[in-house]
Design a binder for this molecule. Structure first.
Ligand code: PMP
Length: 310
């Protein structure tokens, strides 16, 4: 369960955690008509810093645009609100931020009128490692899901929308029912796509591979971060269409995502990957990633936004 923080930003105001409520006939609840983000802030020597906030807010606005929702705030408004919500809740040890934009109360219509309100909320809570602290070190067991990612032109996979997560939830629930920590879906072409809530990478003979944007993935910000850092380390990174068995014969594999950060995959469909623990290149990338997000290494890409205010 969430550990409640004090305040939630709701439609421009800070409200007590338990008062951030919606009506049961909220459009977003019925039709999945919401778009959202998951963002992390980390503790640094200069206070909490939000990682790639600008990129997350941009993606939120793109998701809203794809679903034709007019956000009644500017990107700068939400940028500031994200910083404030950490400050007012004094989440100096880092936080997980959850901004959400959704069609509100008032109509059943699938093509809602412009009068239907668009609500915006931003919550911030403490969050540890999504797939477990042990998972970060030793890796997790994953399986290929019996569920596929949606075909192109069914609904937009580029948007991070609430409705998309019915697919993601089936992938994760099935995996956990069968004793794995996470599932990896294939696209309708049978090629590797992504995890329930993560992008996936594999390493083979020192080269990194990840499915391309055309594989019905969410183009993860952590995925982009890892590609950038790997190239900085001198590794070749290929965005490439791959069959599931590419995971069966790789040297290392890992998930990337805001929640799971960089989590090694130690087995896939019961086959051990590498030495069955965190691979050396995965480890190297984790060290660089955590060094950067925690402000221990130079912020050479301008990815940190300091929250300020003690
Ligand atoms: N794919 C899915 C389905 C996700 O939910 C997430 C988490 N937002 C990701 C990939 C990773 O994206 P990011 O690195 O931007 O968090």
């Amino acid at each position: 369960a969430h550990k409640p923080s004090q305040l939630i930003w709701h439609n421009g105001h800070f409200v007590p955690w338990w008062e951030a409520k919606v009506h049961v006939l909220t459009h977003g609840l019925h039709y999945g008509s919401s778009v959202f983000e998951g963002i992390r802030a980390y503790a640094t020597d200069k206070g909490a810093a939000i990682f790639r906030l600008r990129d997350h807010v941009e993606r939120l606005f793109e998701s809203a645009r794809i679903h034709r929702m007019q956000i009644p705030y500017s990107q700068d408004d939400l940028f500031d609100a994200c910083k404030q919500i950490i400050r007012v809740n004094r989440l100096t040890n880092g936080a997980y931020l959850r901004p959400i934009v959704f069609r509100g109360y008032g109509e059943y219509a699938l093509a809602p009128s412009p009068q239907l309100p668009i609500e915006v909320a931003i919550a911030a809570t403490e969050m540890g490692a999504y797939l477990g602290a042990e998972g970060l070190e030793r890796g997790v067991d994953a399986c290929i899901s019996s569920w596929q990612r949606p075909a192109a032109n069914t609904f937009p996979t580029m948007a991070k929308a609430g409705g998309n997560y019915l697919n993601s939830s089936q992938i994760s629930m099935e995996a956990q029912r069968h004793g794995y920590q996470e599932g990896i879906a294939l696209g309708t072409d049978g090629m590797l796509s992504e995890g329930g809530g993560e992008n996936v990478f594999l390493v083979k003979k020192g080269v990194l591979y990840t499915p391309p944007t055309s594989a019905a993935i969410l183009t993860g910000i952590t995925r982009d971060t890892v590609m950038t850092l790997a190239q900085e380390l001198g590794y070749e990174v290929r965005q490439q269409t791959m069959p599931r068995e590419a995971l069966y014969v790789c040297d290392e594999a890992f998930f990337t995502g805001t929640a799971c950060e960089i989590t090694p995959i130690r087995s896939i469909d019961g086959l051990t990957i590498g030495n069955g623990s965190r691979g050396p290149i995965t480890h190297e990338l984790q060290d660089l990633f955590f060094g950067l997000v925690k402000g221990k290494l130079a912020d050479r890409f301008g990815w940190l936004d300091y929250v300020g205010g003690g």
